[in-house]
Design a protein around this ligand. Structure first.
Ligand code: MN
Length: 305
């Protein structure tokens, strides 16, 4: 019963979403769809047709054409094929209440065995859509609990550096005001340790070693506080950075990252020290490499950047 979870979550007397029917299809092409879903939190639902259902992932930030922007994709329940054509308002009080819009639709072409890819946690495919084209990887990084994947654009002629498709195209997030705000706790950052050899496998991401100051950024509706790895408040040393972080689209989040002087290729620690001595922090960058918490959800260990 591949659509049982889908059916159990919904009351089809109250929502116009398609009922849970598995469809036999004789077509050789497979559809994909991305739906912009204005639920309590805006996200993008990425769906791939496979064996009569839509395999589904919720992507908080939406897909990106930039191969460097690995987008968290949380695996969710299979959806019926008809869902690929669904647009409309899921009524208040129902599961996923809010507006659903089709953001992109087209065909997908798997490279290699899909069954094996789903099992191993690495799908490679091509998308033939209006916005999303070319090669993609979907890599599972966490299998326990809600399985987490990363959707990554392959480097090809359809890739676009610095692309922020989803943020640019989506209407402004509704501000959720009211309700008591908790102050985020300081989270002891995970530190690097020496090993004999570097690990391999699709669940690992290798990143450039940044030479700067490890800084935890707490974002709260435009207010920003910056902490060192030992929890000292260094907001005052990085005023310009705090100001730019305050203009982030995200409202409440804890980021783990590194403050660096960046020349487009490398980080320069001595220039960073000099900038700090001179109280000149306008040339500094904050490279966030992990999102520890988002709004009031603990997302520790989900690499997003
Ligand atoms: Mn959704």
């Amino acid at each position: 019963m591949p659509l049982r979870e889908y059916a159990e979550k919904r009351n089809f007397q109250k929502t116009r979403e398609p009922s849970a029917r598995r469809k036999k299809t004789a077509r050789d092409s497979l559809m994909f769809v991305v739906q912009e879903h204005h639920a309590s939190r805006l996200h993008y639902d990425f769906r791939l047709e496979w064996q009569g259902v839509l395999k589904s992932w919720a992507i908080p930030k939406g897909p990106s054409l930039d191969p460097h922007l690995k987008r968290l994709a949380v695996e969710v329940e299979d959806h019926p094929l008809d869902y690929g054509h669904f647009e409309g308002e899921i009524p208040e009080g129902q599961y996923g209440a809010g507006r659903v819009l089709i953001w992109d639709v087209g065909f997908w072409v798997p490279h290699g065995s899909v069954q094996e890819g789903l099992h191993k946690g690495h799908l490679e495919f091509e998308l033939q859509g209006g916005k999303l084209k070319g090669g993609w990887d979907l890599v599972r990084t966490r299998g326990v609990g809600k399985p987490q994947w990363l959707l990554i654009k392959k480097k090809d002629r359809f890739a676009k550096e610095g692309d922020e498709v989803s943020l640019a195209s989506s209407p402004k997030k509704q501000r959720q005001r009211g309700g008591p705000h908790r102050v985020f706790p300081f989270v002891a950052p995970m530190l690097a340790r020496p090993v004999e050899s570097s690990p391999a496998g699709p669940e690992w991401i290798h990143e450039v070693k940044m030479d700067g100051y490890r800084i935890q950024a707490h974002l709260d509706n435009g207010r920003v506080r910056l902490f060192t790895r030992n929890g000292h408040d260094w907001t005052g040393k990085f005023r310009a950075l705090a100001q730019s972080l305050g203009r982030c689209a995200v409202q409440r989040a804890v980021l783990d990252g590194e403050v660096v002087v960046w020349d487009g290729r490398l980080s320069h620690f001595q220039r960073l020290q000099k900038a700090l001595e001179e109280g000149e922090d306008r040339s500094l960058y904050y490279c966030a490499f992990d999102l520890l918490m988002l709004n009031d959800e603990d997302l520790r260990g989900s690499p997003l950047f």
